[in-house]
Ligand binder design. Structure first.
Ligand SMILES: Cc1ncc(COP(=O)(O)O)c(C=O)c1O
Length: 404
């Protein structure tokens, strides 16, 4: 019998955020308690889907929404998304929206519809891994652009200018950002847009899944800041509405100069071929967008305390330093002491921290080697006691490995 070969591109897929769970599960089996600072799922911590959103699922069942929905989405949800985007200045129409199984499926569809082998996509460095892996799956090339750590991880527009070229098909922005928690202001978003506008044959992908999760300032809508450009905005129920397992999101296409007709067609065809997103959960997202959103303030006031604690502790530990995030629930601290040689790389640091102190983080190079190395990502979702205990462990390990 001969081995039946896989598509080699599928064997290159890596997702560091979940890959680190394997050794952690092993330790748990041995009876250890793991402090989990690794996964961006608020529901794994002391956050839960608001009751009024949960109740909508029962309502959807009572309404009999058990059949397939239209491929582009449940009409009431599409309408709610349109109103929501418009309230942020993104003047789209209903037929510009496609509801998907989360931003993840939106990305898959969009990359499949737009990329050919050899095309390049500018992605933030460091970057949320699907922007790297899915682009590679298409035989295309993710080109990371620098974000400036010392300035709070904002994009380096000169670096973008130097990397955009004839092969560039798209540029992605994640705002607020995963893994750094950076929040980009209107000025930066416009500067990036100007470069894409000068280029003339590329579009912007704006992942705004954390848009309402900010600490002080608001997230600008990329499409609103760049009204003349082709911008595909993505968002969903996972983060703000605390329902990541429901798997609902969308992409919306803003295309003022009609440059994206083919890509739009390619996405729509895929949406029809996969029938529709989950009808019941689409109704839940419709309710989430159209009812009271005070729950976001509660989430953010909890997160703000945890962010401040994590920021203080990580800058106090001799050997790590970190920037203050403006949004989302991540931090991307630097392992300053790595240059002294206690670990060969950030992956070894994260695994050592897990084995010795039972603190689970994600190694920075999992978000792209060029800009992610010598860092690690944490979530600030755990309760303060857990964060404190985890930072105590980190401090102990670093002292043990760096002091004779
Ligand atoms: C920037 C970003 N985009 C998309 C996703 C996934 O979105 P969804 O749950 O809608 O697929 C995540 C999840 O962590 C994320 O951080």
């Amino acid at each position: 019998m001969n081995p039946i070969r896989a598509n080699p591109l599928s064997l290159d897929i890596e997702y560091a955020i979940r890959d680190v769970i394997i050794p952690a599960t092993e330790l748990e089996k041995q009876g250890h308690r793991i402090m989990k600072l690794n996964i961006g799922d608020p529901n794994k911590y002391d956050f839960d889907t608001p009751d009024l959103i949960k109740d909508s699922v029962k309502e959807a069942l009572e309404l009999g929404l058990n059949g397939y929905a239209p491929s582009s989405g449940l009409p009431q949800l599409v309408d709610a998304i349109k109103m929501d985007e418009r309230s942020r200045g993104n003047n789209i129409e209903s037929n510009d929206i496609i509801v998907t199984h989360g931003v993840t499926e939106a990305l898959q569809m969009l990359f499949y519809a737009s990329l050919s082998p050899g095309d390049e996509v500018l992605v933030p460095g460091p970057s949320y891994p699907p922007y790297i892996t899915y682009v590679k799956m298409m035989g295309a090339i993710p080109v990371p652009y620098r974000t400036i750590e010392e300035e709070g991880w904002v994009p380096d527009v000169d670096d973008i200018r130097s990397k955009i070229g004839p092969k560039t098909k798209a540029l992605s922005i994640i705002n607020p950002n995963n893994p750094t928690g950076a929040l980009y202001g209107s000025k930066t978003i416009k500067q990036i847009g100007d470069i894409v506008g000068e280029h003339g044959s590329s579009f912007i992908i704006s992942d705004e899944i954390y848009d309402l999760m900010t600490f002080d300032k608001e997230t600008p809508s990329t499409a609103n800041e760049n009204k003349d450009l082709p911008v595909i905005t993505m968002n969903g129920i996972s983060k703000i509405y605390l329902a990541p397992g429901w798997r609902v999101g969308y992409l919306s296409i803003r295309d003022p100069e009609d440059q994206l007709s083919e890509i739009r067609d390619g996405v729509e065809r895929q949406s029809r071929a996969r029938l529709c997103a989950n009808s019941i959960c689409q109704y839940g997202y419709y309710k989430a967008l159209t009812t009271n959103r005070d729950h976001i303030n509660n989430t953010m006031s909890k997160l703000k305390k945890r962010r401040d604690l994590a920021h203080r502790r990580l800058n106090e530990i001799e050997g790590t330093s970190t920037q203050l995030p403006g949004g989302a629930f991540y931090m991307f601290p630097k392992i300053d002491c790595i240059k002294e040689g206690p670990w060969k790389d950030d992956k070894e640091f994260s695994l050592d921290l897990l084995k010795e102190e039972k603190v689970l983080t994600v190694f920075g190079s999992g978000f792209g080697k060029e800009y992610g190395s010598d860092h690690f990502r944490i979530v600030i979702l755990p309760q303060e006691e857990v964060l404190d205990e985890a930072f105590d462990g980190m401090d102990r390990l670093i002292k043990k490995r760096t002091q004779p």
